[in-house]
Design a protein around this ligand. Structure first.
Ligand code: SF4
Length: 342
C-alpha cells in the first residue's frame, strides 16, 4: 500500500523517507521554521512537529506557508487538535487512538481526515502500552505490535485506510520483533524507529542496529533515528544508514582509524573532507588513509583519495589512477583540487 504525505509518497518499492522532529515550541513560528529549514537542508524528507495546544495547531498555517517539506502534526489526547491541524494544512497526523478517548472522537477525526485526504499514523510505544495488552501477552513485543494493530483496526472500522503504522520500543530487539510481527499481518507502510534511544553514541548504535536490520529485511518505509539534542544530527545519521545499506547514494569518506604508521592527522583531514563533500552534495567516495599499506588499494577504488608516504610526502588518486606524489605542505590545496574536479 502507498501513502501520500504532501509531495512525498511512501510504500513498498519506493525510496525510504527520512523523518525528523522539531524540538522548538511549535507556536514560536520563527524558530520552528528555521529548524525545519535546517532539517530539510540536512536531508529530511518529512518533518514532524508537536501540537500540544491550540496555539501550536494555529501556528501550523504560517509554518506550512513558509516551508516546502511535508509536515506531520503530532497529537496526543485531544482529537480536536488533530482536526484543527488538518484545517491549518498539515500533510499527515500522528495520533495514538488509545489516548484520544472515545471511539466517536476517533471516528470524527477519521471522517475529517478522509474528507481532506490526510493520512494518519497510528503508533504504539512501550512507554504507553495499554494495560490489558501487557497483561494478555507474555512477550512485550507482541503487546506492542498488537497495540499498534488495534489502533489501525479502529480506524479501519470507520472506513479509514490511509494509514501508516508504527511500533517503537526503547529496546532495539523489541523494536525489530514488533515490526516483523506487524509486517506479517498488515501491508500498511511502517514508520520505524527506536524510541527514547538516548544520547548520541547509544542512540546511533541502537538505531543503526534495529533500523538497519529491519530495512535490510525490507521492513520500513519511513525512518527516524531518535537522538537527544539537535535533530539535524538525526538526519545525518539516517542518511549515512541508508547509504550504508545501499539505499541512497551519498558522499562517502573512507578513512582508516590511523596507527603508528600514519604520517598525518587522518581524523582531522577526513573530517574536513567529509564536511566539504557534504557541502558539494556529490555522491562520490573519497579515501583518506594515513599510509600506503592499504592506502594505495583503497585510493584506487575510490573516486579520489590520498594516502601518506612519509612525513614529507603523500600520493593522490583520481578515478583509480595515481595522479602524482605531492609535498605534505600542499595537502590542503591538492584535496581542494581533487574535490572541485570530481
Ligand atoms: S592505512 Fe596505514 S596508517 Fe592507516 S591504519 Fe592502516 S596501516 Fe595504519
Amino acid at each position: 500500500m502507498r501513502v501520500r504525505i504532501g509531495d512525498i509518497v511512501i510504500g513498498k518499492g519506493l525510496p525510504v523517507a527520512i523523518q525528523s522532529m522539531t524540538n522548538t515550541p511549535t507556536f514560536d513560528v520563527e524558530r520552528t521554521v528555521r529548524q525545519i529549514e535546517r532539517l530539510k537542508k540536512a536531508g529530511a524528507d518529512i518533518v514532524r512537529v508537536s501540537i500540544p495546544d491550540e496555539r501550536s495547531a494555529r501556528a501550523l498555517k504560517e509554518i506550512k506557508e513558509r516551508v516546502s517539506v511535508p509536515l506531520i502534526a503530532d497529537i496526543h489526547f485531544d482529537h480536536r487538535l488533530a482536526i484543527l491541524s488538518i484545517k491549518m494544512g498539515t500533510d499527515k497526523v500522528r495520533i495514538n487512538p488509545g489516548n484520544i478517548g472515545s471511539d466517536w472522537k476517533v471516528r470524527e477525526l477519521a471522517n475529517f481526515a478522509k474528507e481532506h485526504r490526510v493520512p494518519i499514523r497510528v503508533g504504539a510505544n512501550t512507554g504507553s502500552l495499554p494495560k490489558d495488552l501487557e497483561d494478555r501477552y507474555e512477550e512485550r513485543y507482541v503487546a506492542l505490535a498488537e497495540a499498534a494493530l488495534r489502533e489501525a483496526r479502529l480506524l479501519e472500522k470507520f472506513g479509514f485506510n490511509d494509514i501508516v503504522i508504527s511500533a517503537k520500543s526503547s529496546d532495539a530487539i523489541e523494536t525489530i520483533r514488533a515490526n516483523e510481527y506487524i509486517r506479517e499481518r498488515v501491508s500498511y507502510p511502517i514508520h520505524i524507529g527506536v524510541t527514547e534511544a538516548g544520547v548520541y553514541e547509544s542512540a546511533v548504535v541502537s538505531s543503526s542496529f534495529a533500523l538497519g536490520y529491519l530495512l535490510y529485511e525490507g521492513i520500513g518505509e519511513t525512518i527516524r533515528v531518535s537522538i537527544a539534542g539537535d535533530p539535524v544530527r538525526e538526519v545525518y545519521v539516517a542518511r549515512k544508514l541508508l547509504s550504508t545499506l545501499g539505499m541512497r547514494k551519498e558522499p562517502k569518506v573512507v578513512a582508516c582509524p590511523s596507527c603508528a604508521r600514519a604520517v598525518f592527522n587522518v581524523e582531522k583531514v577526513a573530517e574536513d573532507v567529509e564536511r566539504k563533500l557534504f557541502k558539494l552534495g556529490k555522491p562520490v567516495t573519497f579515501s583518506v588513509l594515513g599510509c600506503y599499506v592499504n592506502g594505495i588499494g583503497e585510493g584506487k577504488r575510490a573516486d579520489a583519495g590520498i594516502a601518506g608516504i612519509d612525513s614529507e610526502r603523500f600520493v593522490a588518486f583520481k578515478r583509480g589512477e595515481i595522479i602524482g606524489t605531492f609535498k605534505m605542505t600542499d595537502l590542503e590545496r591538492v584535496i581542494e583540487d581533487l574535490l572541485s574536479n570530481l
